[in-house]
Ligand binder design. Structure first.
Ligand code: FAD
Length: 399
């Protein structure tokens, strides 16, 4: 019997498994795909998440493969107004006063490679969980190969459609938006058109999030379309959308693109007996503002020390309930409302008029006043919660 089986090899699963294994827990991670999935999703890691990566010993590598950056631009499409600010005001507040831009598959792969080097960790790709049941001593997982695996604890990090959550019979409460997000990775010269390395284009029709994601000139351009349009032909509509969205000079080369349904949904509980949910398996948000995986990373950073204490030190499993309540509250009270407000601002221009003007005035104040800026930048730090056992856990043994 394993100490812990982590279901799902996305960034939440690999980061949780790495923390557990570094602390000395016997971990098996199973992932349905043949390797880490590389669809275009999270690309921005807020400064507040970097301490957690540093603690796991992977911040430097993430920074080297992606890149650190500080500047932001809010561009009002109809008026051409540009509101720019940077993160320098964070200096003195944190060791890492910048965000990192990096595809989430690359982050997961960094954690995967570290995990696979540890003697107490095992990773099995091409292994899909189909059924799960629990008893007083542990959890039995049945895979698509008909294999039965046993663990004392299970972490469900298997994304929005979580089999673990379904097997627990937990409701995924919330709603689905009527629009579809289209995330495209594209080589195009946004910089010569004076776009910031991270630009939010505010518009009620052609709002977009445009972010440089790799040193080689690859950008993420995300926009919205009506979810009533047929999903299977979304790619045919990309060139017409680009006529509005690509403000740079010259050609483009589309690298990849994917359509996404958007939801604000949260599991009714994040712990049920010997099973916990983390990341998108526990909560999903529309991606405006980049708070989805940020919240998932903070789940992982506080989960692994808590679960390690339960497994290794015989700590009270009730601590996992405290962890679960904290994380659920963060999603419901902070992540989801703020991501929804940002979506309305960027992609619907707040309905225009006085409401738009008030939001823009808030952004202008942020750009001109360092105190306002610091206060607003601290928002993503507020998505973090400490592990209920944090002080009892030594720094990871392995490096
Ligand atoms: C366009 C877009 C842009 C985004 N940008 C950002 C951003 O900049 N910043 C941010 O913080 N967030 C962002 N997000 C959100 C982010 O992508 C998600 O929050 C993130 O993927 C969650 O990671 P995860 O590991 O929890 O789940 P996932 O990445 O979904 O990983 C789950 C894994 O579980 C596996 N799996 C599923 N079922 C099973 C099973 N039965 N058995 C075994 N394995 C299984 C899957 O194959 C998958 O590999 C964005 C999302 C989108 C759509």
């Amino acid at each position: 019997m394993k100490d812990v089986i982590v279901v799902g090899g996305g960034p939440t699963g690999f980061i949780t498994a790495l923390g557990l294994a570094q602390a000395g827990v016997e971990v098996l991670l199973i992932e349905a795909g043949e390797d880490v999935i590389d669809s275009p999703r999270a690309a921005v890691y807020h400064w507040s998440t970097l301490d957690g990566l540093e603690r796991l010993g992977i911040r430097e590598e993430a920074e080297r493969i992606g890149f650190p950056k500080q500047d932001y631009l809010w561009l009002v499409r109809k008026t051409g107004e540009r509101i720019a600010y940077d993160l320098s005001v964070l200096q003195g507040t944190t060791r890492f006063p910048y965000n990192i831009h990096l595809g989430q598959d690359r982050l997961a792969k960094i954690a995967r490679d570290r995990l696979q080097k540890l003697p107490n960790a095992e990773v099995r790709f091409g292994t899909r969980l189909e059924r799960l049941s629990q008893d007083a001593d542990g959890v039995t997982l049945t895979t698509d190969k008909g294999e039965e695996l046993r663990a004392r604890w299970v972490v469900g990090a298997d994304g929005a459609g979580s089999t673990v959550r379904h097997q627990l019979g937990l409701a995924f409460e919330g709603f689905t938006w009527p629009e579809r997000f289209v995330a495209t990775n594209v080589y195009h010269d946004f910089e010569s058109a004076d776009y910031g390395l991270s630009t939010m284009v505010i518009d009620d029709r052609w709002g977009a999030v445009i972010v440089k994601i790799a040193r080689d000139g690859l950008w993420r351009c995300t926009y919205m379309e009506d979810a009533a349009l047929p999903e299977e032909t979304f790619l045919d509509r990309v060139p017409a959308a680009y006529e509005h969205l690509l403000a740079g000079q010259g050609d483009y080369r589309l690298d990849r693109a994917a359509p996404y349904k958007m939801h604000q949904r949260c599991a009714e509980m994040f712990r049920e007996g010997r099973v916990v949910l983390a990341g998108d398996a526990a909560h999903v948000t529309n991606p405006t503002g980049g708070f989805g995986l940020t919240t998932g990373l903070f789940d992982a950073y506080s989960l692994w020390p808590t679960l390690a204490a339960v497994v290794l030190d015989g700590a009270d499993p009730g601590l996992l309930d405290l962890w679960a309540q904290d994380r659920r509250q963060v999603y419901l009270e902070r992540t989801s409302p703020q991501a929804s407000a940002y979506k309305r601002f960027v992609f619907h221009a707040n309905g225009g008029g006085a409401e738009l003007e008030a939001a823009l005035e808030g952004m202008r104040a942020m750009a001109r006043d360092p105190d306002v800026r610091l206060q607003r930048l601290m928002f993503t730090k507020g998505l973090e919660t400490a592990s209920p056992v944090e002080t009892a856990i030594p720094f990871p043994a392995y490096r």
